[in-house]
Design a protein around this ligand. Sequence first.
Ligand code: KIV
Length: 272
Amino acid sequence: MSTAKKDYKRVTVKSLTEMKANKEKISMLTAYDYTMAKIVDGAGIDVILVGDSASNVMAGHETTLPITLDQMIYHASSVIRAIYRALVVVDLPFGSYQSDPKEALRSAIRIMKESGGHAVKLEGGKEVKESIKRILHAGIPVMGHLGLTPQSIYKFGTYTVRAKEEEEAKKLKEDALMLQKVGCFAIVLEKVPAMLAKEVSESLTIPIIGIGAGNGVDGQVLVTHDMLGMTHEFNPRFLRRYLNLYTEMTNAFQQYVADVKSLDFPNENEQY
Ligand code: KIV
């Protein structure tokens, strides 16, 4: 089931600009390991994000802050080994790019060299402009991330919708324009009003990928474990669950326990 307008053998940053120009929506999902990435890539997803949400989903941390550059490289290199088609974007983790542009470049180079990722993503606007420019000058594609930026959760205090007020919306629009001007190839807009996201998308030529940002943008991203229903305590309004794997997997594990206890497993055909 594909509604792609053009068959991309390999998705590149240029393909994404082309998709926006051709009004073809961009699909993006997260992956942090080989097996999941292989399924996601095989299903025809355009962009795989090795998100720092791995900190929550894979490691069980409350926030994205604790994950390290080494851990991101480990996840990204596992994903890269599975990929044939998708563009793989890797999050620069908290603390790896905020202090100064040289450190940002060193971190981005480590990701590109050691994981084989195709691009990096980082959070923020004008505060990180010089870091973004430095990374771009080295030939590394950069995806921006505005709106709810989880690495700043302790500044925001909550995970509620961002940029509802005029002042924050104005800054977001200025930041988005700046990200395009310096050369970012796309921007993730997280949890902002749909009208604002649409306005940003319509005013820029680079693709805007939304999460909780309505359908007036150029593509959508979700955390794979959430959309598969493997996680079940996180229920934001924007999340559509395509499966309820939490229940399905729990049932399977319970059945296995019962089968082992009752000597039903393994049966004669399942032994040598
Ligand atoms: O880390 C992540 O998964 C993300 C998405 C929520 C966009 O940044």
